[in-house]
Structure formats: structure tokens, C-alpha cells
Design a protein around this ligand. Structure first.
Ligand code: MLT
Length: 311
């Protein structure tokens, strides 16, 4: 039988390059993971995967754009747990994380570290606590907007410390880290994707990790949990999505390409070096991602509402 136009388009897909939308600025953690998987995914699919940065409003601008994009498989999307937290931070979003997308699979879990600029007078968490208590809103903290994990981490930190700092939004933690390195901002809670080398050579101060165990790459940095912020845990999971309605055969090809990319030795090494956990194979699936998203919406919603937004 002859294939209809639609079926033919699905069978031949992809016949041109694919856009991978990133909801934050270039040079940041989400962008890095996107560029890391874009190359092997493109190789697996026989077409180039082009990263397109659509920053702003903590990732919700990109999510809106992707939700409205044509479901032809040429727009795909990588986002982190902001997909689950944004609903609790915005009164009304023009998309619904549970119904506006198709789910390709989970990607990786990234730890975070509370960082300070090099010449901040505090040298450890205790001193930071005293410094913050003494200086209050004179202390500045960078974030990438409501829906960004840097904002979530900063929000939880300020709530637990009982302080309100001056929060400064950026288009991503890439530009925020640049300002931290330049001394223009005091604090930033960022993922380890880019930050380990800067912590190791002292270009930024590390006050604590958001993990329950210390990170092997920076074993001298205590966890926030062990320094008094009991249970302070944020692990940043990522997922790959498409607009709702992309045909199943295309989703299957995307899933196979994502799996292949995550199994590539280069990708594994790069993630390991940053102490990023690759998710188990069962989670690199539509069900794995969608179930996790659902769980996380229910976990973070009440936490965020209780913590109150500082800005
Ligand atoms: C980024 O890629 O810039 C970050 O993931 C932003 C954030 O969520 O903190």
C-alpha cells in the first residue's frame, strides 16, 4: 500500500536539522548538557541537532514556545525540574506540564553547590551565616528567575536561614556565574555542570552542597545538611520533551537517539567528571519522565508555597 503524506513524513523523519530548545542562556548548565547530547543524538538520527537558547522567566518562555510549536519532530526541548516547580511559582502558565508535551526521557541528575564570590569575607558556612545575619539585604544572590533551580535553591536557603537577601535575576546561571567570578554578585546556588573547576582552584568559594553525601570531586566541601540545614537536598533532574502530538514513530526514534547519546563514552565521562548521575535506563523513557514529573510537581508544590517567594 502507498503511504499517505503524513505517514511518509514520519517514516522519512528527519530530513532536515532538528531544533533543541534550551530554556536558559548559552554557557550555563542546561545549555552544556544540551550541547553534550546534541552531537551524539544528531549522529544517531543522521541530521544535525541545533541548540536554540530561548531564555527568560525561569524557563517558562521556552516551555510556552515549545508547547505551541508544530508537532513535527523538528522542535525538541530539554528542561530540568523547573518543568515541575514553575506551576507553584506562577499564577497562570500558558501550558500544562502534564498535558502540553510528549515525553522522550529523563537525562541526568545534577547536584548543586552554594557558591560565594572569592572576596566574600566569610570562609565557611558558619561565617556565612554570621555575615548574612549582619548584612541582610545588602547581600546579593543571583538566580535565573522563578522556575530556575538556582532560584529554588536560593528560596529554600533564605527561607531556612530566615533572611531575605537581594535576589538578582539573570537569563541563566551561565551569565550569573560570570558575574560571581567578576565579584559583581555575592552568592549563587548553581549546578556542578560548570562549577567544579572554579571551586577547585579557589576562584569561587563553596559553602555547601545540596546533596546528602559529599561530592567525590570536591570532598572537602561539606553538605548543607551536615552544617545544620537538615534535609536540604536539591538534585536537578533533566528531561527531553516535544510538543504534544508528535507521532509515536518519531518519538521512538528520538528516544533511541537519546539512549544512544547517554551511552556514549564521551558523554558519560563528561557527566561523571561533574559528579552528575546518569539516570537508570528505565527512566530514559516517556513513562519514566512523565511519572517522575508528576511526582515532582506534588513534592515541590507544597514546599515552594510554604517557603514563600523572596522576590
Ligand atoms: C541554566 O542553565 O542557566 C540553569 O539551569 C538555570 C537554573 O535553573 O538555575
Amino acid at each position: 500500500a502507498l503511504l499517505s503524506g503524513n505517514a511518509l513524513a514520519q517514516k522519512d523523519w528527519p530530513t532536515k536539522s532538528i531544533n533543541l530548545v534550551v530554556p536558559f542562556a548559552a554557557g550555563g548548565p542546561t545549555d552544556s548538557i544540551a550541547r553534550l547530547i546534541a552531537v551524539p543524538m544528531g549522529q544517531a538520527l543522521g541530521q544535525t541537532v541545533v541548540v536554540e537558547n530561548v531564555p527568560g522567566a525561569g524557563g517558562t518562555i521556552a516551555s510556552t514556545k515549545v508547547a505551541r510549536a508544530a508537532p513535527d519532530g523538528y522542535t525538541i526541548y530539554i528542561h530540568h525540574m523547573g518543568m515541575a516547580t514553575a506551576q507553584a511559582l506562577y499564577d497562570k502558565l500558558p501550558y500544562d506540564p502534564m498535558t502540553s508535551f510528549e515525553y522522550v526521557g529523563q537525562v541526568a541528575d545534577v547536584p548543586m553547590v552554594l557558591l560565594g564570590k572569592k572576596d566574600l569575607p566569610a570562609n565557611n558556612f558558619k561565617e556565612l551565616e554570621a555575615y548574612i545575619k549582619a548584612n541582610g539585604s545588602k547581600v546579593t544572590m543571583a538566580n535565573a528567575g522563578p522556575g530556575a533551580v538556582s532560584q529554588l535553591c536560593g528560596l529554600l536557603f533564605q527561607s531556612r536561614m530566615g533572611v531575605k537577601l537581594t535576589n538578582i535575576p539573570y537569563k541563566g546561571t551561565g551569565p550569573a556565574l560570570t558575574d560571581l567570578l567578576g565579584g559583581q554578585v555575592d552568592l549563587l546556588c548553581d549546578q556542578t555542570t560548570q562549577t567544579i573547576p572554579y571551586i577547585k582552584d579557589g576562584r569561587v568559594k563553596a559553602f555547601g552542597t545540596t546533596t546528602m553525601k559529599r561530592l567525590p570531586a570536591i570532598p572537602n566541601v561539606p553538605t548543607l545538611n551536615e552544617q545544620g540545614l537538615k534535609g536540604f537536598e536539591v538534585k536537578v533532574w533533566h528531561g527531553v520533551y516535544t510538543p504534544k502530538g508528535v507521532p509515536q514513530p518519531i518519538l521512538d526514534k528520538l528516544n533511541a537517539a537519546l539512549k544512544k547519546a547517554l551511552n556514549s563514552p564521551d558523554v558519560k565521562k563528561r557527566l561523571e567528571d561533574a559528579n552528575i548521575d546518569i539516570v537508570p535506563a528505565s527512566k530514559v523513557s516517556a513513562k519514566g519522565l512523565k511519572d517522575h514529573l508528576d511526582t515532582e510537581i506534588n513534592v515541590w508544590g507544597p514546599v515552594i508555597r510554604k517557603a514563600n517567594i523572596p522576590d
